[in-house]
Design a binder for this molecule. Structure first.
Ligand code: NAP
Length: 462
């Protein structure tokens, strides 16, 4: 065994990458040798999906940051932020400095949808909207919110996030960490009706019960379901019997359908058995959505009935699932949208790429709650450490901890550190305190960098 600690680079400092770092530090298999981890992140701040994907009015989920903090506070884990894999650093360069690399870059784009009218003005991907309201530095600061009636395609939790943010008032969201430009943008939001469309039935919806119930907690939103949309077939009954979540979700939808509207100012309709077939436009702009009524075929799947409805709407958001980025020099399965892998070992034409691993959404696809990523990380790390014990990792020529610091300095890349996050965190909290809020998120990259003070890189020089 080598007389230096195992050097691991993790690319992507969201929950997946941080859970992998934690699993590496905790594993008995690495105890004797010790592990030294560099966690690369293209944003100046860590936490990935939690900072840039979770809706601002979900503080319970944002609270996971507290647990992730504890991991990053540990010695032997360094954050190296504002460094983009593929442009700032290549695979070859990582290979020279680390025994192993774990890719955990998640899924940040929208899955593509082939629908006539998809490119009209007013047709948006949920991922773009989420990036806007979560203050992602690389997205525009303005968002057009002129439409009074809005459609959301898809009945998963992202659709619920998008629908809720569109239907709530800006003042309801002021208690959260939304950036100043987002509060201003939402203050001008004209939406009074949000229509969410599922192509199948209540038993096939991908919502989770807590998130579905929570829709009803807003004093400004009336959740409305047409009783005509409550249908089950044998496949649905089996699904309800075999999954408590499916059963609970179906029951909540039934309860929404049974009650009278509460007369709240914003209406949020959950439609089922309506499959989008075309986004309707005039002069290049969205004016509606055409859907086809569907019916269950006995298995829980649906077929079209040939009955079409045109919904008059000013914008359409598609929340049909996320897509991972194809990373340079790493194999990618375009069909599945993941890095081909076996239990986390990256495969290139069926063969394990020595020293290369993956975890999180880019490993298994963009499904599952944040907690599910933990088991994923354990599996990947287990494989990596087995390979270490078998002497089957990379053989870096510059494995010292200083190598990456010297490399980034030589390229003049202003990278951020974990202490830099503490400075940015303090800055955001002080912005919040000035207006009686817990935090106001900083959105401009240069401002994030200024607050993090990347020039203090000597923090990582030994
Ligand atoms: P999702 O759960 O997979 O839902 C995607 C939805 O889009 C499904 O209803 C799907 O319907 C529909 N869809 C797909 N293709 C379509 C098409 N061509 N036409 C019409 N509808 C189509 O994905 P997601 O909402 O992006 O969520 C991703 C993961 O993140 C999930 O595990 C979710 O629970 C999690 N998440 C959690 C929270 C939270 O607050 N806890 C928030 C956001 C996300 P079919 O089933 O018919 O294909």
């Amino acid at each position: 065994m080598l007389d230096r600690p195992l050097r691991v680079a993790i690319v992507g400092a969201g929950p997946a990458g941080i859970y992998a770092a934690d699993a590496l530090m905790k594993s008995d298999k690495a105890k004797d040798r010790g592990v030294s981890i560099d966690l690369f992140e293209r944003m100046p701040a860590p936490f990935g999906l939690i900072r840039y994907g979770v809706a601002p009015d979900h503080p319970r989920i944002k609270g996971i940051i507290t647990a992730l903090h504890k991991v990053l506070d540990k010695p032997h884990i360094r954050l190296i932020g504002n460094v983009h894999y593929g442009s700032d650093i290549t695979l070859e360069e990582l290979r020279q400095m680390y025994d192993a690399v774990i890719f955990s870059t998640g899924a940040t784009d929208d899955r593509t949808m082939n629908l006539p009218g998809i490119d009209l003005d007013g047709s948006y991907g949920a991922a773009q909207f989420v990036a806007w309201y979560d203050g992602h530095p690389d997205f525009p600061r303005d968002w057009p919110l002129e439409a009074e009636k809005v459609a959301v395609i898809g009945v998963g939790n992202v659709a619920l996030d998008v629908a809720r943010v569109l239907a709530k008032t800006s003042d309801e969201l002021l208690a959260t960490e939304i950036p100043a430009n987002v509060y201003e943008g939402l203050s001008k939001n004209k939406a009074v009706e949000v229509h969410v469309f599922g192509r199948r039935g209540p038993a096939q919806a991908k919502f989770t019960p807590l998130e579905l119930k929570e829709l009803d907690h807003s004093p400004t939103i009336d959740v409305i379901v047409d009783p005509e949309d409550i249908h089950y077939d044998e496949g649905s009954t089996v699904a309800r019997r075999s999954s408590k979540i499916t059963d609970q979700v179906s029951t909540i939808i039934e309860q929404y359908a049974l009650r009278d509207p509460k007369g709240r100012p914003h209406k949020l309709f959950l439609h089922f058995f309506e499959s989008p077939v075309e986004i309707l436009g005039e002069d290049g702009k969205v004016v509606g959505l055409r859907t086809e009524r569907t019916e269950l075929d006995g298995t829980g799947n649906v077929s079209g009935t040939g009955k079409f409805t045109d919904w008059e709407l000013g914008s359409v958001y598609r929340a049909i699932g996320y897509l991972s980025d194809n990373l340079r020099q790493i194999p990618f399965d375009d069909q599945a949208g993941v890095i081909p892998n076996e239990a986390g070992r990256i495969l290139d034409r069926g063969e394990h790429m020595t020293g290369m691993y993956t975890t999180g959404w880019i490993k298994r696809g963009p499904v599952g709650l944040i907690g599910h990523t933990k088991g994923d990380a354990n599996e990947t790390v287990d494989c990596l450490l087995d390979d270490m014990l078998a002497g089957n990792l990379l053989d870096p020529s510059e494995p010292g901890e200083d190598s990456i610091v010297k490399f980034l300095e030589s390229k003049d890349i202003p990278f951020t550190t974990w202490d830099g996050w503490y400075r940015l965190d303090k800055h955001e909290r002080s912005l919040g305190a000035a207006t009686g809020r817990e935090r106001v998120k900083v959105v401009e990259r240069h401002e994030m960098l200024a607050a993090s003070e990347p020039h203090k890189v000597q923090e990582y020089n030994s």
